[in-house]
Ligand binder design. Structure first.
Ligand SMILES: [Mn+2]
Length: 457
């Protein structure tokens, strides 16, 4: 029996961190923001297993999770990520996750300039590497990772993250209890300038406007008031998209992703609408914290340009999922009108087969806070013969009455007392609306502060 020399064994199997990092340091005088749109110098300075503050609510530390949580396949896609940042992402996962919960870490290298960025990391246990032979973008890369994943649960992670204490258990617990839940952590901020790890607010959820621009927003006040347990999940209309956990069979059942979307952007809306409208739910699990470097620009090229790609991806989303409400998307983003976006026939067919609910249902039940834009209102007169509807001076009881009087001025230029705006279902004069005083015949008509919910108006 001969023993393999120790050194040889290490160089064959072990991961040489020093060599991996030192071959990609910045040149003297090079702009540290140029390649990655964050300060690479600061990232390079930090150790791959630096400690970070536990940013959870203190009550999270006493929550107990099932001992038989399912293992997950982690999927991390990247294109020319800084080595120190990518390595810290991977090591934070390995250091802060019970080994039994990690089936594998699948790195999908989306055609980075140097194949070794990914390949060398496979010397770390559990790390696998898939390399695209051309630039595919985040969406097709994730689908490729999901297709080789061997665990029953998928965890998508960005390539410039650091996961925090017990980050995975609370999310796996929620998915284990109900496989139709798609869950996200609270995403803490890693400063793009100095890589400080900063706690994000725990009162935020994902929202958007009609142009399909994502924004963090305060959870509605009624929901906030009724929250007594800070460890409880927060329902969210959309997820930011970079970091989430989903049951693999549910991901497949729902149609994975729209693989005709390119590079980056919009896929989080498409996935979010699909999950909600086809019978699932989206939530943010506040006891799970993951730090992420938020950048101000994309450090990589979009082959068809950043704006055009975003339009194509969001337009596909609007065309497949937003029904008649897509008109508000086009009003908010007129540059999308007439732009080519490929065929969505198979995605429409997928929606039909899954028997998904309407976008109106989504608006009423998931995101009632997204208001329908008000139409431009055209004022005019309300005539009967030579008489016009008009508001009168306040009476002795303080009511402003409405009645008919001789039309004054001209049709195009009536006095303010005879000018009305029909804003369905209300009839308005400035901030007052026509209202009956009671639901009986002969009720007086008054002008009262407009209130959509008041059935007398
Ligand atoms: Mn990112």
């Amino acid at each position: 029996m001969t023993r393999a020399p120790q050194g040889e064994k290490n160089s064959r199997r072990g991961f040489d961190e020093k060599a991996y990092l030192s071959s990609k340091v910045l040149k003297a005088g090079e702009d540290p923001y140029r390649q990655h749109a964050f300060n690479q110098l600061e990232s390079d300075k930090l150790s791959s297993d630096r400690p970070i503050r536990d940013t959870r609510h203190y009550r999270c530390t006493s929550v107990r999770y099932d001992t038989d949580l399912p293992a997950t396949s982690l999927i991390i896609t990247f294109h020319n990520e800084a080595r120190s940042t990518l390595l810290r992402t991977v090591k934070s996962v390995l250091n802060r996750t019970p080994p039994s919960l990690i089936q594998e870490i699948i790195l999908v290298d989306d055609f980075s300039s140097d194949p070794e960025d990914c390949q060398l990391l496979t010397k770390i246990p559990k790390v696998k590497c898939l390399r695209n032979t051309r630039r595919e973008g985040l969406i097709r890369s994730r689908v490729r990772g999901a297709e080789v994943a061997t665990a029953d649960v998928l965890t998508f992670l960005d390539s410039h993250c650091e996961v925090n204490s017990e980050w995975l258990q609370p999310m796996l617990q929620r998915v284990k209890e109900d496989y139709t839940r798609v869950v996200s952590p609270i995403i803490d901020v890693i400063s793009l300038d100095n890589f400080a790890y900063l706690a994000a607010s725990a009162d935020l959820r994902g929202g958007f406007d009609w142009s399909l621009h994502f924004k963090w927003e305060q959870i509605p006040i009624e929901q906030k008031m009724s929250r007594t347990d800070p460890t409880q999940s927060i329902r969210t209309p959309v997820i930011a998209g970079g970091i989430f956990v989903i049951d693999k069979s549910w991901f497949n059942h729902l149609g994975k992703y729209d693989t005709q979307m390119d590079i980056w952007g919009g896929e989080n809306f498409e996935l979010s609408f699909r999950v909600w409208m086809c019978g699932g739910s989206l939530e943010i699990v506040p006891c799970s914290r993951v730090g992420h470097v938020f950048r101000k620009r994309h450090p990589y090229d979009f082959p068809e340009g950043n704006a055009l790609t975003y339009i194509k991806n969001t337009k596909r989303t609007a065309e497949v999922w937003m029904d008649e409400y897509k008109q508000y998307y086009y009003e908010a983003r007129p540059s999308a009108i007439g732009k080519s976006f490929g065929s969505v026939a198979d995605r429409v067919e997928q929606r039909r087969k899954l028997n998904c609910k309407s976008f109106q249902w989504y608006l009423e039940n998931v995101y009632p806070e997204l208001k329908i834009p008000e139409k431009e209102l055209i004022p005019g007169v309300i005539k009967q013969g030579g008489n016009c509807l008009e508001s009168r001076a306040q009476d002795t009881t303080g009511n402003t009455l409405a009645g008919m009087g001789n039309c004054k001025g001209t049709v195009n230029n009536p006095p303010v007392t005879q000018e009305w705006v029909f804003s369905d279902p209300l009839i308005r004069q400035q901030d007052k609306c026509l209202s009956i005083t009671s639901f009986s015949t002969g009720s007086q008509i008054t002008l009262e502060a407009c209130n959509q919910k008041d059935g007398r108006q």
